[in-house]
Design a protein around this ligand. Structure first.
Ligand code: COA
Length: 415
């Protein structure tokens, strides 16, 4: 079967997580992704958090599937020449170096645009233009600067970062979308363009409901669905809301049977207004269906703490999967807190290809997250990440380099 991005060639000048997430997606959609790495060293993540001596780390392998790897020292003149040839033959250059690194290497936007006016040049940076534009940034810096940390955690605790890599992988997703839009626009303009996804901005985009709440707070002085209401005090910025739902339907994480010993014996329970009578029936509080203190969503906002305490009395009598099954029978939205161990074994995720087992020549079999985006006419087959420089000769030959030229590049330690 054909692939959505078949025929597109990506010069993947990315490293660590944000950029590689983006180019891995493009590879999964069928693009030919050529990852350029520094000769001898490669992407730093190859050696980070290693669990098997001598084998590329899971950090690297899980972010670089379906790509080819070529090593070039792009600071040497002969290496720059190879990069130029690649620029002329690729559709997109993706990079996430520290601000200014590509320019210092001699590859400014103007230069790349002159070499290949059709090329889309896509970058992840920590911050967009402004006072922090020169800063290096990693995941948690973006979570803190993008509004996620100040709005995550409990009222009486410090700001918290989340386990989801919204700064890195979240920005990679944003960048991939920008690249696809730029490629579409190229059909009409015939031109490439610069695409920038700053990590702070991407995190803020994912936190937009909190900016919504900031404005609601400033206008009304309160936020009725927050745990601080009705007893607590609100300051002048959006407080941390614990596990309260971020939307119009109140929700909370509740204990299930076994919570004393199992750190994940919990369920997320949403008291959606449409199924309030069913919630009352399930927990044995039929009187609450008509009791005016509980009958309307507005009234319930004043009593969310006792309501969830009472529901928890019920969830504590069931294990989380049992509770999920019962509640789904009534269309009550809920979600068990699944551990990574449980997710790794999930049959549905395996069947859909979102959890995949990949074989690697050095590390053997390992689990990875496959393409979460499912396309009926462009299915994803996840293949292993490349070894460092595995495709250097193959790619150079495709670019027209002769055996003697490749040998010369090797002798000069360019590749
Ligand atoms: N050949 C020769 N030199 C190469 C090369 C190659 N193939 N590939 C990279 N380099 C050089 C760069 O030119 C740069 O050199 P310079 O500093 O002398 O100009 C150097 O390697 C290191 O690049 P840098 O990006 O500064 O790496 P770092 O490890 O110091 O910083 C980050 C890592 C992630 C903090 C930084 O790249 C960054 O802030 N990136 C943007 C935001 C981002 O994506 N962060 C999330 C990462 S998950």
């Amino acid at each position: 079967m054909s692939k959505a991005l078949a025929g597109y060639r990506i010069l993947d000048f990315t490293h660590v997580q944000s950029g590689p997430t983006c180019t891995q997606l493009l590879a999964w959609f069928g693009a030919d992704v050529i990852k350029v790495e520094r000769a001898g060293e490669g992407d730093a993540t190859r050696g980070q958090l290693r669990d098997i001596p001598g084998a590329d780390s899971l950090y690297f392998t899980m972010l670089n599937h379906n790509k080819r790897s070529i090593t070039i020292d792009t600071k040497k003149p002969a290496g720059k020449e190879v990069l130029e040839t690649l620029i002329k033959t690729c559709d997109v250059l993706v990079e996430n170096f520290a601000p200014g690194a590509l320019d210092r290497m001699g590859f400014t936007w103007e230069r790349i645009n002159a070499l290949n006016p059709k090329m889309v040049v896509a970058s992840v940076k920590g911050f967009g233009p402004g006072r922090y534009e020169d800063c290096k940034v990693y995941e948690n810096v973006a979570q803190c600067a993008g509004g996620a940390a100040s709005t995550t955690g409990f009222e009486d605790g410090p700001p918290l970062v989340t386990g989801a890599q919204i700064g890195d992988s979240g920005t990679g997703l944003h960048l991939a979308l920008g690249i696809l839009a730029a490629l579409l626009q190229r059909h009409t303009t015939g031109r490439g363009q610069k695409v920038l996804a700053p990590m702070q901005d991407a995190v803020l985009n994912l936190c937009r409901v909190k900016l919504r709440d900031q404005q609601r707070l400033e206008r009304t002085g309160t936020l009725h669905e927050f745990p601080q209401y009705p007893d607590g005090q609100f300051g002048d910025s959006v407080p941390r809301a614990g596990n309260a739902s971020g939307g119009g339907q109140p929700g909370s994480i509740l204990k299930c049977k076994g919570w004393e010993t199992d750190p994940n014996a919990y369920i997320y329970f949403i008291t959606q207004a449409a199924v309030w009578p069913a919630v009352c029936k399930v927990i044995g509080e039929e009187g609450w269906i008509t009791d005016e203190a509980f009958a309307t969503p507005q009234a319930r906002l004043l009593h969310l703490k006792p309501i969830f305490k009472r529901i928890e009395k019920w969830t504590m009598t069931k294990d989380k999967i049992e509770a999920m099954e019962i509640l789904n029978g009534y269309d009550i939205p809920c979600g068990p807190i699944l551990s990574m161990k449980e997710i790794a074994a999930d049959e549905s995720l395996r069947a859909s290809g979102t959890i995949v087992e990949v074989d690697h020549p050095v590390r053997g079999k390992y689990l990875s997250v496959g393409n979460p985006i499912k396309m009926s006419d462009s299915p994803t087959e996840v293949t292993r990440s490349p070894l460092l420089g595995e495709h250097t000769v193959e790619v150079l030959e495709q670019l027209g380099y002769s055996g003697a030229q490749i040998a010369a590049l090797r002798a000069e330690r360019v590749i």
